[in-house]
Write a protein that binds this ligand. Structure first.
Ligand code: UDP
Length: 452
């Protein structure tokens, strides 16, 4: 009698390398979950710094890379130095891991900021793919900064930072990321490394072609002629991940508070996982929120206020003025919050994950970017997609905060933005339908990797 083989076909193994910051860990874990659901075995290589907890992701194998970061670097806000050190120090660990697993790992998929992976993979004859966690517009503007500098047009000698950058409409000089670095500076080194593709097989991009059509076309024509691009945004919607991928504990006590608020009445305020504030900025925010008379849910991350322990600014006077109208937490379940019917606006630093999460739920934004690509995102949100309002001005002033919040939450201009944001939500849902662009690109990606 013939016996049928019960052997399960062996899964192809992929090695995924996230960059150890929250805004990079989240998209990589969503991608890892999606790839696992689609038949691949997953190993995640992570640094000691902001290390991941394997117990929260039982389907994956984990590998720890010794980043040898000094205590000073671990606690510093100098992200560029941290990234350079990680790219230098983690090389040996990844080489060792690949040497031990040659023949087992079919592809290394790494965050663009972990660019050392491309060379290591290629050294072992293993394919690699890069994951871009910001927009195509950010990529173009970063490269434009290097070009402007090479032409001695930065820093600006003539004209104003309010002027538009030639060929970069609608970006002004003040929207450029890293506008004041020299070619040898740390950020310039990183930018050059992340966009120089030599051996990668493909680029996985957390964007959508209709969001930035001309920017993606430009990139394909200029910088990505030979490798396929898979635009699969919004990555956070392609698969669920455990909330414990958060580096800070999510405080869900804000949800019962949200349940009690009227629809579209609450402004959610969060500046992401890295932005730092001065005490004065915090006070201007606090009093702008208090005076706006709108209910607010505010994330004040521990350590995000220079020279303050956190919520110690909450004075008796502030408390009396706000009462139950305000809810302050250290870290929120952001995606759930943005999807809540009570939330009608998002005061954001315009990190790309936060932006996509907001657009996916049809929530318009009040934009106050801090650094890097956030300034580019803010300009696109307010001037190209017109789903948000920029809080401009060097200094944050409570009166402007108050007026900005009221404009977004209760005035006609805000209502129109909310309508447009709802339209974005519908278009994003379309991308994720079976025949939508992101679903089709994801399918192509799976077929592409299967073919290795
Ligand atoms: N986030 C969260 N809770 C918070 C604040 C932020 O879960 O209270 C998550 C948010 O959903 C997003 C990520 O942290 O996925 C922040 O990434 P983003 O790119 O927006 O900004 P970054 O932190 O990189 O500046």
């Amino acid at each position: 009698m013939e016996t049928k083989s019960l052997e399960v076909p062996k899964r192809q193994r992929l090695l995924l390398v996230p960059c150890p910051y929250q805004g990079h860990i989240n998209p990589m874990l969503h991608l890892a979950t999606f790839l696992h659901q689609n038949g691949f075995a997953i190993t995640v290589a992570h640094t000691f710094f902001n290390s991941l907890n394997p117990h929260h992701h039982p389907d994956f194998t984990f590998l720890r890379l010794n980043d040898r970061l000094s205590d000073d670097l671990v606690t510093s806000s100098d992200v560029a130095s941290v990234l350079l050190a990680i790219n230098h120090n983690c090389r040996a660990g990844l080489e060792e891991a690949l040497a031990a697993a040659v023949g087992d790992i079919v592809c290394v998929i790494h965050d663009e900021l972990m660019y050392f992976c491309e060379a290591v993979a290629s050294g072992f004859g293993v394919r690699s793919m890069v994951v871009r966690t910001t927009t195509a517009a950010a990529c173009i503007s970063r490269l434009a900064v290097l070009q402007l500098q090479a032409e001695n047009r930065l820093p600006l000698l003539h004209g104003s930072i309010e002027d538009e950058v030639p060929n970069l409409h609608p970006l002004r000089f003040k929207d450029l990321p890293f506008s004041a670095f020299s070619e040898t500076s740390k950020m310039a080194q990183i930018i050059l490394n992340i966009y120089t593709i030599t051996t990668s097989s493909a680029v996985i991009w957390n964007t959508i072609p209709w969001l930035e059509p001309s920017e993606l076309t430009q990139i394909k024509a200029k910088f990505c002629k030979k490798v396929p691009i898979f635009p699969i945004a919004p990555i956070h919607k392609i698969s669920p991940i455990s909330s414990s991928s958060s580096l800070l504990n999510e405080d869900s006590t804000c949800l019962p508070w949200l349940h009690k608020q009227p629809p579209n009445s609450v402004i959610y305020v969060s500046l992401g996982s890295i932005a730092l504030l001065t005490n004065q900025q915090l006070l201007e925010m606090a009093w702008g929120l208090a005076n706006s008379k709108q209910p607010f849910l505010w994330v004040v991350r521990p350590g995000s206020v220079q020279g303050s322990g956190g919520t110690e600014f909450v004075s008796k006077e502030f408390q009396e003025k706000v009462g139950d109208r305000g809810c302050i937490v250290e870290w929120a379940p952001q995606k759930e919050v943005l999807g809540h019917r009570a939330v009608g606006g998002f005061w954001s630093h315009c990190g790309w994950n936060s932006t996509l999460e907001s657009l996916s739920e049809g929530v318009p934004m009040l934009c106050r970017p801090y650094s890097g690509d956030q300034k580019v995102n803010s300009r696109y949100i307010s001037c190209v997609w017109r789903v948000g309002l920029a809080l401009e001005g060097h200094e944050l002033k409570r009166k402007e905060v108050e007026m900005g919040i009221r404009k977004l939450m209760v005035e006609e201009e805000g209502r129109r933005m909310r309508e447009r944001a709802m339209d974005f939500k519908r278009r994003i849902e379309d991308c994720l339908r079976e025949d939508g662009s992101s679903s089709l690109h994801l399918k192509e990606l799976v077929d592409f990797v299967m073919s290795f």
